[in-house]
Design a protein around this ligand. Structure first.
Ligand SMILES: Cc1ncc(COP(=O)(O)O)c(C=O)c1O
Length: 387
């Protein structure tokens, strides 16, 4: 008899992680374009605030939902950005990264056997988290021909009495696409009719080119909309593990109660860092966004010049989803070849669901010089394989 549960043993490994480990094993001069985090350091004033908090003895457990000042800052930010009134005490729970928000939200709203709809290609952790809640992830492939646009009808036709939630990630990981507002609205309206939650994962919401409105800003479903966000991508704070959930009171209360038995509370020092991030100067975010836009344009323009590969210009995040259908083998073959023969690390599209097959994700959270070198090598591979 196995000592390990089927739940743990059946856990699906991320193909991004697999590429990471292959790269580590291989070593040498690799161009790392598989990473899902900003290459920038956490801004100084945020680190200073965390240090001050630690020195001032803010090193104890906090309230499970987070320190009041941070919940207020999150509520204020959300209201500023959406026009929706958010009560820090009833509608906000601070968590250990967006990941814990997603995990606990699913634990709170999905019964065993329920379905959670995930338009794909999508971030692979959703699938595992839904399974951990003993619910069923239902992947809804979006069409590559439409640039993976959100097609509301595809989602709506899957809504049924077993559906607990729909997860919408906008801007998307891995495509970087911001979903069309009318399409999102149609999904939210249908979800409301079916009494289904909508989880809006907006961890990349502030890393967009141009205006991006949060889902809460243009929909009217406060009792069913759960907004997930964090400091990770916006403030280059992935390692601080600070995120939050904004949603209706009963869900927030359930999530906070569940958190009590898992992490007790998010890191106290991290919460003070998050407070400084949200209330302090926002120039570092603007600077990072400008750098990402510049790199994106360079990458997309270069790819346009290379035969047999293509990619749409992503609206946000720091990913480009490259169409490699014309190259030999599937996306994993292409990613492995790129790594072993050309020293470029990418994430195979199939790691984001079947809909991502034929694509590889390139992260441009790397310096312009490395991106340039990565594209030189990619171009070399395409050239070699044409001959
Ligand atoms: C779409 C998406 N949601 C959530 C997360 C996790 O964010 P956090 O670091 O805040 O847990 C990631 C990280 O890659 C992501 O890409």
């Amino acid at each position: 008899m196995s000592r390990i549960t089927s739940r743990a043993a059946g856990f699906e490994r991320s193909k991004i992680r697999v590429m990471f480990e292959l790269a580590e094993e291989q070593g040498g001069d690799l161009v790392r374009l598989e990473v899902g985090e900003p290459d920038f350091d956490t801004p100084e004033h945020i680190i200073d605030a965390a240090e001050r908090a630690a020195r001032d003895g803010k090193t104890h457990y906090t309230s499970g939902a987070g320190i009041p000042e941070l919940r207020s800052a999150i509520a204020e930010r959300m209201t500023d950005e959406t026009g929706v009134s958010v009560d820090p005490e009833r509608h906000v729970s601070v968590t250990t990264g967006a990941m814990e928000s997603l995990f606990l939200a699913l634990e709170a709203i999905a019964e065993p056997g329920d379905e959670v709809l995930i338009p794909t290609p999508a971030w692979p952790n959703y699938r595992n988290q839904v399974r951990l809640a003993e619910a069923t992830p239902v992947e809804i492939p979006l069409s590559a021909d439409d640039g993976f646009d959100l097609d509301p009808n595809r989602i709506i036709e899957h809504l049924n009495r077993d559906t607990a939630a729909v997860i919408l990630t906008t801007p998307s990981n891995p495509t970087g696409q911001v979903y069309d507002e009318d399409a999102v609205k149609a999904v939210v309206e249908a979800a409301e009719k079916h009494d289904v939650f909508v989880i809006a994962d907006e961890v990349y919401a502030r890393l967009t080119d141009g205006d991006h409105r949060r889902v809460a800003a243009y929909t009217d479903y406060p009792e069913g909309l759960l907004t997930v966000d964090s400091c990770s991508k916006t403030y280059a704070m992935t390692g601080w593990r600070l995120g939050w959930l904004v949603g209706p009171e009963d869900v927030i209360e359930a999530v906070t109660n569940l958190g009590e038995s898992t992490t007790a509370c998010p890191s106290s020092v991290g919460q003070h860092a998050a407070l400084a991030a949200l209330t302090g100067p926002q120039d570092p975010v603007r600077e990072m966004r400008t750098a990402f836009v510049e790199r994106r344009d360079y990458l997309v323009n270069r790819v346009e010049e290379v035969p047999n590969i293509s990619c749409p210009r992503p609206d946000g995040a720091f990913y480009a989803f490259l169409d490699v259908n014309e190259l030999d083998g599937n996306s994993e073959d292409v990613a492995r070849r790129l790594l072993s023969e050309y020293g470029v690390v990418t994430a195979p599209g199939s790691g984001f669901g079947d809909a991502g097959e034929g694509f590889v994700r390139l992260s441009f959270a790397n310096s312009m010089e490395r991106i340039e070198l990565g594209l030189d090598r990619l171009e070399e591979m395409v050239e070699d394989e044409r001959n």
